[in-house]
Design a protein. Structure first.
Length: 239
């Protein structure tokens, strides 16, 4: 029997709410489900920092405003977690934190398979040395599971080979956007929105690295979602 790959889903710190009492680190169950459904074993990777409150961030959606710098020991402890896994998923969410970027840097250096969804897309770009910007118009921020807009898939990409279509419809739940000039020097752009913003990218020189601005885990009925995770899990098996 072949060994199933272990997929590390990087936990997302949730802003602390005194009324709830507990601090929370979140794993979206739709992502865990896609990993398990397509042949992987899902585990959640947690921050190694000796703190409880990760909410020292601005509330203007500009993301990395956290003041918690990781120590050498905390970075080494991240390494220990990373060695447990064959592949990794960076989740979406309202905020991004430094440990997510540090994990992305380490995974890229090790050339292990990686998917970044929404904020995870942002954090792969940050690990590569670039960044996203705030969409002042909020024209891509629709907190609606049924909302869809068209994206154009580039033909000479893994994503096109996987989907086989030049145009698909996806959801759009993000306030940070990626102009072409912020991505093109660092990654192969695989799709654009109709207003010219980058919707996905991939790294040609890595085993499997994909950043996606939309949320495939909220599009479970789409056949290509399983195809994407099957391809990802397959790349992890080769580890």
């Amino acid at each position: 029997m072949s060994k199933k790959p272990i997929i590390g889903i990087i936990g997302k710190a949730v802003p602390y709410n005194e009324e709830y009492l507990w601090h929370q680190i979140t794993c979206y169950d739709e992502i865990r489900y896609l990993v398990v459904k397509n042949g992987g074993i899902a585990i959640e990777l947690l921050p190694t920092q000796d703190i409880l409150d990760f909410t020292d961030v601005e509330s203007d959606y500009t993301n990395i405003q956290e003041k918690n710098i990781l120590t050498d020991e905390e970075l080494e402890d991240l390494d220990t977690q990373i060695q447990l896994c064959d592949g990794f998923i960076l989740q979406g969410g309202l905020y991004s934190l430094k440990y997510e970027v540090e994990i992305a840097k380490k995974v890229l250096k090790l050339n292990k398979p990686l998917i970044g969804i929404c904020a995870g897309f942002n954090n792969i770009l940050r690990a590569l040395g670039t960044d996203v910007i705030l969409d002042e118009t909020r024209s891509h921020d629709f907190f609606d599971i049924n909302y869809r807009h068209k994206v154009n898939i580039q033909k000479d990409t893994m994503l096109y080979n996987l989907i086989g279509e030049e145009v698909i419809e996806v959801n759009s739940i993000h306030s940070m956007i990626a102009p072409k000039e912020a991505v093109e020097p660092f990654a192969k752009i695989s799709s654009f929105s109709q207003d010219g913003l980058v919707e996905s990218f991939e790294l040609k020189d890595k085993k499997f690295v994909v950043g996606i601005k939309w949320h495939p885990e909220l599009m479970l009925k789409e056949e290509y979602v399983d195809k994407l995770f099957e391809r990802f899990i397959s790349a992890c098996l080769k580890e």
